[in-house]
Design a protein around this ligand. Structure first.
Ligand SMILES: NC(=O)c1ccc[n+]([C@@H]2O[C@H](COP(=O)([O-])OP(=O)(O)OC[C@H]3O[C@@H](n4cnc5c(N)ncnc54)[C@H](O)[C@@H]3O)[C@@H](O)[C@H]2O)c1
Ligand SMILES: [Zn+2]
Length: 414
């Protein structure tokens, strides 16, 4: 029997509807390269700080403690620079704040309140600037805080390490570590400008000078074979702190990162592929399980070595090609092994392998790892063979033993 009301109900039901309103927002990454940004007559900052008409462009300034330790008169020079440039419409809103440098900067959420409080007390508006001078960790931590205040203050980054100038400072990401996971919190917030000031590189200690080289090797392996050759050739000069060689490395590495972010089609990483994270699944995990005794760049050198040897196992690179990569990293002074690689969890599995799960979760459930496909090319993998990984680790252990007897390094990371 038919329901006499059925026709009536169907007529009353509002049909489901979907409406789509597309929009896109153009972004631009503006990168200045200079020397001595806080010399009174240097106009890089005034060129990037613009304010609503008739009002000065105000700035809160955050300084990495490690930078200030090496350059004690930096706060005074920043005061002097703002004083000298006030007529050009810039104004220091408060005394520059000095924050702990290194991974401790990203270690808790205190930075959120610290930046928020200063913005509140000094009436910082969305047309004001947060100028961040520091290594990748301070850029990530203060950048994350600044991106939350009023839903995003304008950021100007002055990266002070090699890694900051060739990678961390250039992108659209920031982050804070939490629950034993790197960058668990964080936002995608393109900076208003980036100012790479070569003068900061002079005061780097040996480890921070070296750490960023691994990011250049990483990006060269998957994107630029001639650049990798150049890095192999210049490894002795880089190890000897040759500034022109380092400036060439930074320039090319920065270009490759910037091209990827701006032309790669996925600046905010909505997809699963993260080519710039080649070698990073184990690196992030090693940083955490060594309690950050390994710096990011040092862990990346090990991660790149492991994944390059894994690439041999799956037929993507030859042994000779990987010998070149490992030799380059070794000559630059990286230690390509860490005892933490042998740590096991309660189930007897290598702790470092948890990095794979964390990577998978971060990407949204599907594992996608960047892998070279011959030097200078990339083809992602979506499954991981733990037996091949074990063979790669064994090969790295053997390589390391041979290299340290045949070619002892003049300097070592601790
Ligand atoms: N947001 C991104 O896209 C991105 C990309 C890559 C790496 N990162 C992050 O960057 C961080 C690593 O950055 P890093 O390698 O720059 O190290 P870092 O920020 O940990 O700095 C290393 C040490 O150098 C000191 N320092 C910085 N500049 C100095 C200078 N000019 N003179 C003397 N000392 C100085 C710091 O105080 C610190 O003690 C990691 O947290 C990593 O996750 C972020
Ligand atoms: Zn990195």
């Amino acid at each position: 029997m038919t329901d006499p009301l059925a026709h009536h109900d169907a007529a009353l039901r509002t049909p489901d509807t979907v409406a789509r309103y597309g929009f896109s927002v153009p972004f631009e990454l503006v990168v200045h390269s200079t020397r001595d940004a806080f010399a009174p007559d240097n106009d890089c900052l005034t060129r990037v700080m613009t304010a609503p008409s008739g009002k000065p462009a105000r700035a809160l300034v955050y300084l990495d403690e490690g930078v200030v330790r090496s350059i004690p008169d930096l706060p005074r020079r920043i005061h002097a620079w703002f004083a000298a440039n006030e007529a050009r419409g810039v104004q220091l809103a408060a005394v520059p704040d000095i924050v702990s440098g290194g991974e401790v900067a990203k270690g808790d959420l205190a930075i959120l309140d610290r930046v928020g409080r200063a913005a509140f007390d000094h009436k910082i508006c969305r047309h004001s600037y947060v100028v961040i001078v520091g290594g990748g960790a301070v850029l990530d931590a203060v950048g994350c805080a600044a991106s939350l205040v009023h839903r995003g203050l304008r950021q100007i980054r002055l990266p002070t390490t090699v890694l900051g100038q060739c990678d961390a400072g250039l992108g659209v990401k920031n982050g804070l570590n939490r629950f034993g996971a790197k960058n668990f919190f964080g936002t995608f917030t393109p900076p208003a400008a980036i100012i790479n000031d070569a003068r900061f590189l002079e005061s780097l200690d040996e480890r921070s000078w070296r750490a960023g080289i691994s990011e250049a090797v990483k990006v060269a392996i998957i994107k630029d074979a001639p650049f990798l050759d150049e890095l192999i050739q210049s490894a002795p000069a880089l190890a000897a702190r040759d500034m022109p060689a380092m400036e060439r490395l930074i320039a090319r590495c920065a270009t490759l990162h910037l091209e990827h972010i701006t032309q790669g089609g996925d600046p905010f990483e909505h997809g699963s592929s993260r080519p710039l994270d080649f070698g990073h699944w184990s690196a992030h995990r090693l940083e955490v399980i060594t309690n950050h005794k390994l710096m990011h760049g040092e862990a990346v050198a090990i991660g790149v070595a492991i994944d390059s040897l894994y690439a041999v196992e799956i037929g993507r690179l030859t042994r000779d090609e990987v010998d070149g990569i490992l030799g380059c990293l070794h000559t630059c002074g990286f230690r390509l092994w860490h005892e933490a690689l042998d740590l096991k969890d309660v189930s007897g599995r290598r702790s470092v392998l948890t990095g794979l799960e964390q990577f998978r979760e971060h990407l949204g459930g599907e594992l996608t790892l960047a892998m070279p496909d011959g030097l200078g090319r990339r083809r992602d993998i979506t499954s991981f063979d733990e037996a091949a990984f074990e063979r790669a680790l064994a090969a790295l252990r053997r390589w390391r033993r041979r290299a340290s007897t045949e070619h002892p390094q003049s300097s070592r990371q601790s």
